[in-house]
Structures are given as structure tokens and as C-alpha cells.
Write a protein that binds this ligand. Structure first.
Ligand code: GTP
Ligand code: MG
Length: 250
């Protein structure tokens, strides 16, 4: 999920040159009208992402300080581009209108949270739930991976956006995964998205085996994490080879 500048995106998708303000002739009048109308909706979703990012960053620092463990490795976010919104509405056979985008698309605001351990994924899920954001849908592809091996926890949440005169609840999609899951997903996307469509059957086994290796890595890292916690409890300053001095963070 790439970071995406809100204004640049609207300009690009309306085919309006940010320099001259000229509009290229490829869009039909109704498409341009749609992109113009979309501005307010996209802004609300940007606010939802902003609210969510602030909370996530606070928890990340708070846990690092209080528990000497930061449950978040990194965060990425994006607002869906008008171009992709139009494509998705068409793909779903829905009218390309503002009302249709607002009522049917749940992934206009997208946030991906990458965590060191599987337990951190569920910790962040619990923190979201406990802090005023309703979870309206859960797809747990960690408990039940997709047939290709994809693992992640997907949540649809309602984020309260505090405007000057009211609070609006905006839907956002959060994908939570470990570093190992993220590595697999990023590379899988690179290999198979660009070549177009589903992988050939002879690749599927290898892909699934790679996902299993990533899951095994998560399990082994969990073991190490628990061992280190145990070592801290037994000998607070650490025992040789387990606690003590750590390499500085990157
Ligand atoms: P749409 O929202 O209509 O695309 O389908 P959906 O809601 O059924 O999709 P789902 O919640 O399963 O997945 C949504 C997003 O998760 C995708 O846009 C990807 O970012 C990610 N994702 C899902 N499956 C895969 C996968 O097999 N590989 C990778 N790399 N990413 C995936
Ligand atoms: Mg979806």
C-alpha cells in the first residue's frame, strides 16, 4: 500500500495539470463531474486515516516505553484513487456515482499495520475495539489462510472523525500482518499481479510452500520472543546470549 498525496491524486485523476490547470481530453464530462464530486468524500476518508494513524502511533510509542516492546514495525496507508474507485464500481456492476461509492465501497481508506509478532496483530485489533472504533467486519486469513497461502487479519472499522461541528463515522479497511506475512504478500503481488491474473498451477505449490515457510518463521520468532521474556523474568539483566545488550534499532 503506497502513501499517496491527496491533492496530487485528485489532480492526476481528474487529468488536470497541477501546473497549468488544463484538463486533458480523455475523460467524459460525467467522469470529470464524478471526480469533482468525490473530493469531499475522499477528504473525509483522509481524515479517518489521519485519526487512525495518530492512535496507532501513540500505541506504538506507549507500548515501547511502558513494556519495552513496540507492537508495530511499520504502517502504510492510502486513499483509493478516483481512477480505482471508478474501476471497482464498474467491476461490481454498480453505477459510477458519489452515492454508489459512499454506500458500496469499504476500502476507500486503507491502512496496513505490520507487526513483529502474530500476538501483536491481535493486540492492535483489541486496542482498536477498546478505543471507540467499532469493528464491523473481520476476515481472519491468519486463522484461515487463503488457498494460495495469503495470511493477514482484515478489519472493516468505523472511525469517528471529529469535525468542527459534528462527529462522522467513516469506514476504513485495516490489514494487520506480521513482517513475514508482509514479505510474502508484497512479493506475491509483484510476481503475479504484473503477469496478469492467477498464477499457473505449477507455481501454486511453491507459493503455498513459501507461505508455510513464512508461518514457520513467525512461530519460531514467537518462541524466541517468549524465551527472551522468560530470561528477563528469571534474571532481570538478561542471561548470557539471551538478554543484555541489544543491537541499536535500525
Ligand atoms: P475486493 O475488496 O472486492 O477486492 O475483495 P474482498 O473484499 O473480497 O478482498 P479481501 O478482503 O479478501 O482482500 C482485500 C485486499 O487484501 C486486497 O486488495 C489486497 O490488498 C489484499 N489481499 C487479499 N488477498 C491477497 C492475496 O492473495 N495476495 C496479496 N498479496 N494480497 C491480498
Ligand atoms: Mg474488500
Amino acid at each position: 500500500m503506497q502513501n499517496w498525496s491527496f491533492n496530487d491524486g485528485v489532480a492526476r485523476l481528474s487529468r488536470r495539470s497541477p501546473v497549468t490547470g488544463e484538463v486533458a481530453g480523455e475523460r467524459t464530462g460525467s467522469e470529470l463531474e464524478f471526480v469533482r464530486e468525490l473530493g469531499g468524500l475522499l477528504l473525509m476518508h483522509k481524515f479517518a486515516v489521519d485519526e487512525l494513524l495518530t492512535k496507532l502511533r501513540i500505541w506504538s510509542e506507549e507500548f515501547d516505553y511502558a513494556h519495552e516492546h513496540d507492537p508495530i514495525e511499520h504502517i502504510a496507508s492510502r486513499i483509493k484513487r478516483p481512477e480505482s474507485i471508478m474501476q471497482k464500481l464498474r467491476r461490481k456492476g454498480l453505477p459510477v456515482t458519489l452515492a454508489s461509492a459512499r454506500d458500496h465501497l469499504t476500502d476507500i481508506a486503507g491502512v496496513r499495520v505490520v507487526c513483529p509478532f502474530v500476538s501483536d496483530v491481535y493486540l492492535i485489533r483489541d486496542l482498536i475495539r477498546r478505543n471507540g472504533m467499532e469493528i464491523v467486519q473481520t476476515k481472519d486469513y491468519i486463522a484461515e489462510p487463503k488457498p494460495n497461502g495469503y495470511r493477514s487479519l482484515h478489519l472493516l472499522i468505523r472511525v469517528p472523525v471529529h469535525l468542527s461541528d459534528r462527529v462522522e463515522k467513516v469506514t476504513a479497511e485495516i490489514q494487520l500482518r506480521t513482517i513475514a506475512m508482509d514479505f510474502w504478500a508484497a512479493v506475491e503481488r509483484k510476481i503475479f499481479d504484473k503477469s496478469g491474473g492467477a498464477p499457473r498451477p505449477e507455481f501454486s505449490g511453491e507459493l503455498k510452500a513459501a507461505a508455510d515457510a513464512a508461518a514457520d518463521l513467525d512461530a519460531r520468532m514467537k518462541g524466541l520472543h517468549e524465551l527472551k521474556a522468560l530470561a528477563r523474568e528469571v534474571v532481570p539483566d538478561g542471561i548470557e546470549g539471551l538478554g543484555g545488550e541489544e543491537l541499536p534499532a535500525r
